[in-house]
Design a protein around this ligand. Structure first.
Ligand code: GAP
Length: 500
């Protein structure tokens, strides 16, 4: 294993531990040993995730006068999923090992083999393997896929044998039943994407909002998929959140909008603080059942470039099928063309949890700092320490300002609490008086608080405080009356929006 790959894996483990230790993400129902691929957000995690969601929501609905939001139910009429193609087509090719009884996604097994080849320096072999896999997956040639596994001698990690079943498709939707009496109960699904809640409300919103094409409908909400292989922390979960926007356009103009949204969405991730060289487009080799063009925005996680957002040109696939199965016309009258048509749709779909994970991975910083102190005999001594901090964009940081009295007496706590009063209606702020100021800085660094404000004896007379900036650790004396505008400027949505 090359040192950089092992280092990256190491860093990812540190980020997972950090997320748990400092209240960002916990394994679900941990006291019962957890539930695979399900996670809970802690006290700082929920703030960070809400800020990311709010930023997406505002970007979509406030920055665009032709996009409005909705909040549709998770349960939908079962025919929805027939129309969308999920009942028949939303499946992954799976294989079981007969000795261990473990089930795997075939593409994951082959990708893991390609990773091994890359680590062994056989990049060309790895690329060729992935090319052949993608070709067979696209054509659903499962016999050839199995031959590929045999040729690569892929074995189960548990039994260490290659005693595999045939490859089968496995539907990823969770189902449950509605109705109290068993005989009357009918099967319904937990939505595997939020998009369908938008499609079935297309005409409601178009009419109630008097929307004219082109226009968009945005939604944030939970989606559920029975992912067989739980991998990479919150990257692939069974219950997750999507932020999706369907943009309804005139047929024939969809590629123009597709290209526009590709660029706009890439800009959004950059505005959030993700660096350009860690973001890239990846065109789909295998198009989803509903798309005529599709691209992923990928972020370079410590485990490699992986999808955080999908942009799909979905044609009129969904609305046409809903029209057919519901028997209700899904047409729009275009007054300029004097014509009725089913609109085409360009979709942007980003996982809130994946955006969160990308932001956390990008923010996690380890910095070696050298501190000079004097020993008892007066000689100087250098000590090196590692400073860990989350370099989150101030706009999405869970806590914006921490306010400390230097000591817990002599009116300093009261003065610090006056500052809290001054800020708390507009920003998420905390008051901290335990331990040394140095330790209080460290605690705030670990959760990514951009500003720490210390009230000292002089503050009582000059109404000035020391502001310490997280990223540089620089300290500045600032008038209390200037604090609000300093913070407002740094956390301003406007500054982010200007970059989108
Ligand atoms: N409506 C289109 C759609 O659902 P997708 O590419 O399957 O497309 C969109 O999903 C986004 O949802 C992905 O880019 C990813 O960020 C997120 N996502 C999908 N499956 C996920 C999972 N199991 N766990 C976490 N996020 C997931």
């Amino acid at each position: 294993m090359s040192s950089s790959v092992s280092e990256d894996r190491n860093v990812f483990q540190k980020i997972i531990s950090h997320a748990k230790e400092y209240g960002f993400v916990f394994p679900s129902s941990e006291i019962y040993d957890g539930l695979a691929a399900v996670y809970d957000y802690g006290e700082y995690g929920v703030e960070l995730k809400n800020n990311i969601k709010q930023l997406w929501w505002k970007t979509m609905t406030q920055l665009n006068d032709n996009i409005v939001g909705i909040d549709a139910a998770i349960f939908m009429h079962p025919l929805t999923w027939k129309a969308s193609g999920h009942v028949d087509g939303f499946s992954d090719p799976m294989i079981d090992n007969k000795d261990s009884q473990k089930r795997y996604r075939v593409d994951h097994l082959i990708e893991a083999r390609a990773d091994e080849l890359t680590l062994a320096g056989k990049n060309g072999d790895a690329e060729r393997l992935l090319e052949r896999m993608n070709k067979y997956l696209a054509k659903e040639e499962f016999g050839k896929l199995k031959d590929l596994m045999d040729a690569e001698k892929i074995v189960c990690q548990v039994s260490k044998t290659a005693n595999w079943t045939d490859i089968r498709q496995f539907n990823l939707m969770f189902s449950t039943e509605v109705g109290a009496v068993a005989e009357d109960a009918s099967k319904i699904y937990l939505r595997p994407e939020t998009a369908q809640g938008i499609f079935v409300n297309f005409l409601n919103v178009q009419k109630s909002g008097r929307m004219k094409i082109p226009f968009g409908i945005a939604q944030i909400g939970k989606a559920f998929r029975n992912e067989i292989v739980a991998r990479q922390f919150i990257f692939r979960m069974r219950e997750f959140e999507q932020m999706e926007m369907q943009f309804f356009v005139r047929p024939g103009t969809e590629m123009e909008w597709y290209n526009k949204w590709k660029q706009t969405r890439l800009q959004w991730h950059k505005a959030l603080g993700l660096p350009s060289d860690k973001l890239k487009f990846h065109d789909h080799e295998k198009l989803a059942h509903y798309a005529n063009a599709a691209v992923d925005i990928e972020y370079e996680f410590p485990f490699g470039f992986k999808e955080i957002e999908g942009i799909h040109s979905r044609t009129d696939f969904d609305l046409k099928n809903h029209q057919q199965l519901s028997g209700k016309k899904q047409q729009y009258f275009d007054a300029e063309l004097n014509q009725n048509y089913i609109p085409y749709v360009v979709e942007t779909s980003v996982g809130a949890d994946r955006a969160f994970l990308a932001v956390m991975c990008n923010a996690y910083q380890e910095e070696t700092v050298t501190q000079t102190s004097k020993t008892e005999d007066g000689t100087e001594k250098n000590e090196t320490k590692t400073r860990i901090f989350l370099q989150l964009h101030p706009c999405i940081a869970p806590i914006k300002v921490a306010v400390f009295p230097l000591v817990k007496k002599d009116g300093l706590p009261e003065k610090a609490k006056e500052i809290i009063e001054l800020l708390k209606y507009d920003f998420n702020v905390v008051y901290e008086e335990r331990d040394s100021v140095g330790k209080r800085y460290t605690r705030q660094d670990l959760i990514g608080t951009p500003f720490c404000v210390t009230v000292d004896y002089e503050s009582l007379t000059d109404n000035m405080v020391t502001v310490r900036f997280r990223d540089t650790t620089e300290q500045k004396r600032i008038a209390i009356k200037e604090l609000h505008s300093l913070v407002a400027n740094e956390v301003s949505f406007k500054r982010i929006f200007e970059k989108i």
